[in-house]
Ligand binder design. Structure first.
Ligand SMILES: [Fe+2]
Length: 311
């Protein structure tokens, strides 16, 4: 099976049904897919990429080199399990933006990232409704569940993975599943490195110009009662070249949103094969737990939330 690449160009025309089917298959079998012609202009994405790489060179690269030196990461001889070979900063968009507070962004980059966030927020909500359509949930169901009292949490992690002398010993980013809802990734169009685990094999997510990679977070696994699953993924840094850029935008529930399997996706009581498989909890409580357990398996997190629920 090939990694699912889905062209949305004719989504609102005669090809809607087959496109929805491809998305459904990807959600059920991969937890990941890659979108082309998603509606965000290629010229705009080029600008985001250029400014992000420029910002890295100007403000982040030196800091990263100093970190590598201070921790002696260049010369490690054994596998490193408590660090990632990545340089990052986080832009929060919702419920309250932090873009104005970040010290070293220039005005152009700040404005462009604000626009980028608005476009991705819109795309995330379109995708949530496509998922609703595939799941047989009413339009707006997922958006409403995520809304809580103050709307969704939405942010972008800007990452660069510089060339790494020991990619076999230090991961760019260690394997994990994403805690949140739906994740939209704009990644380097030339440098690969993102891999997902499928049938016990690491599969490359192909770098494709102007594409947006989408993946399912733990919350969608809960809401769909396991029909869709969050999938382990990692980043392998490259030994040579320019390094890899990635901007991962997390469209997550609001902190007080209550997350639980959608009743429509759970069978009636007594129907064994359709029982409720996941707990009900407040999203913020899940995130507190996740903060310390990101790089561990998700199942114990779900079990811990079940234990809280039954108390
Ligand atoms: Fe992730």
């Amino acid at each position: 099976m090939e990694f699912p690449i889905i062209n949305l160009e004719k989504l609102n025309g005669e090809e809607r049904a087959p496109i929805l089917e491809k998305i459904k298959d990807a959600c059920e079998n991969w937890g990941f897919f890659e979108l082309l012609n998603h509606g965000i202009e290629p010229e705009f994405l080029d600008k985001v990429e250029r400014l992000t790489k420029q910002h890295y060179k100007k403000c982040m690269e030196q800091r990263f080199k100093e970190l590598v030196e201070s921790k002696g990461l260049d010369g490690v001889q054994a596998e490193v399990n408590d660090l990632d070979w990545e340089s990052t900063f986080f832009l929060r968009h919702l419920p309250v933006s932090n873009i104005a507070d970040l010290p070293d962004l220039d005005d152009e980059y700040r404005a462009v990232m604000k626009e980028f966030a608005a476009k991705l927020e819109k795309l995330a909500e379109v995708l949530l409704d496509l998922l609703c359509e595939n799941l047989g949930l009413p339009k707006g169901y997922l958006k409403n569940v995520f809304y809580g009292s103050k709307g969704p949490t939405f942010g972008t992690k800007v990452s660069n993975y510089p060339p790494c002398p020991k990619p076999d010993l230090i991961k760019g980013l260690r394997a994990h599943t994403d805690a949140g809802g739906i994740i939209l990734l704009f990644q380097d169009d030339k440098v690969s490195g993102l891999q997902l685990l499928k049938d016990d094999q690491w599969v490359d997510v192909p770098p494709l110009r102007h594409s947006i990679v989408v993946n399912i977070g733990d919350q969608l696994e809960v809401i769909t009662n396991g029909k869709y699953k969050s999938v382990l993924h990692r980043v392998i840094a490259q030994r040579d070249g320019e390094g890899r850029m990635s901007l991962a935008s997390f469209y997550n529930p609001g902190s007080d949103a209550v997350i639980y399997p959608a009743p429509a996706l759970v069978g009636k009581e007594g129907e064994e094969k359709n029982e409720v498989l996941y707990p009900k909890f407040v999203f913020e409580d899940y995130m507190k737990l996740y903060a310390g357990l990101k790089f561990q398996a998700k199942e114990p997190r779900f079990e811990a939330m079940k234990a809280v629920e039954s108390n």
